[in-house]
Ligand binder design. Sequence first.
Ligand code: NDP
Length: 329
Amino acid sequence: MFRALVVSKDEESGKTSAAVEEISADRLPEGDVTVAVEYSTVNYKDGLCIGPGGGLVRNYPHVPGIDFAGTVEASDDDRYKTGDKVVLTGWRVGEAHWGGYAQKARVKADWLVPLPDGLDTRQAMAVGTAGFTSMLAVMALEDHGLKAGDGPVLVTGAAGGVGSVAVAVLAALGHEVAGVTGRPETADYLRSLGATQIVAREEINETVKRPLEGETWAGCVDAVGGEMLARVLGQMKYGASVSAVGLAGGAGLPATVIPFLLRGVNLLGIDSVMQPYDNRLRAWKRIASDLPMDKLESMVQPATLDDLPGLGTDILKGQVKGRVVVDVN
Ligand code: NDP
């Protein structure tokens, strides 16, 4: 038997409810590798899956948790053996497949990544999908020419999970970092992560009036989308790139193509879910080398399985600061 957060659906009302339950190991889904989960975390998608599902969950009862880190307990795949430390993000685990909000998980070996040297399982989940995606976003900016000294790099949704890690990584790499936040009380926190400029959300969250504004940002990691992304495109320096990561402010993009045509601005799509294995390894290695662990620790809010229903609601309201680390044991 093991403990898990189980989301059940009442067939009559269609309503879902989440509670911690004891589950028998024979109910684990099929897979090559069984992992004794140590830590998971709370991402925006987890908020959806703990709650009504957001169209992501296929079958109930469901165990959410889109990422986890732990130790291999049993493996039918040559790449992993009992005792190996592993991390998993993406592949629709926690949505279409049972996820990390449990003391045990069974998954395909292809979905796992060996824990990189220099990170323990708790740190890996302090990073989690949000931080892993931030690193993918930073790598994409670099692959498109961004280097330290080019000018300020903007991070939107800065006090959230993706934003916090992006701020810390970019600052550690020597960039000047500006963080957009709707929570002025997080300014000291963002400065402690390395932001040198705080931009109020309302300053930048307006409908595009002019397709081009002053050339301000040398790069951008955008967790917000919507009107904010549309506005930021017109503020990019010539030839600069924006990594589009999230939609916390909306899925629309009420923009014009003028910044692409007249300033050669690049809009780079970042997907963490289906990311190929080699790039996953590259990103985790960069996290181990370029994310200062003291800064990561300052983002952590510890939690247990029992805290998850409340945290799921909080993250959907944009009320979670930094990274929640769930100790499932
Ligand atoms: P968080 O909730 O931790 O962070 C989102 C932040 O966005 C909030 O903290 C808030 O920052 C800001 N925000 C929230 N609502 C609004 C709004 N209406 N307008 C403007 N800003 C807003 O979530 P995560 O960091 O985990 O995820 C961020 C986004 O990235 C989500 O949309 C998520 O789905 C997406 N994502 C995408 C991935 C991919 O593979 N592409 C992987 C992981 C996440 P502040 O308070 O500082 O303003």
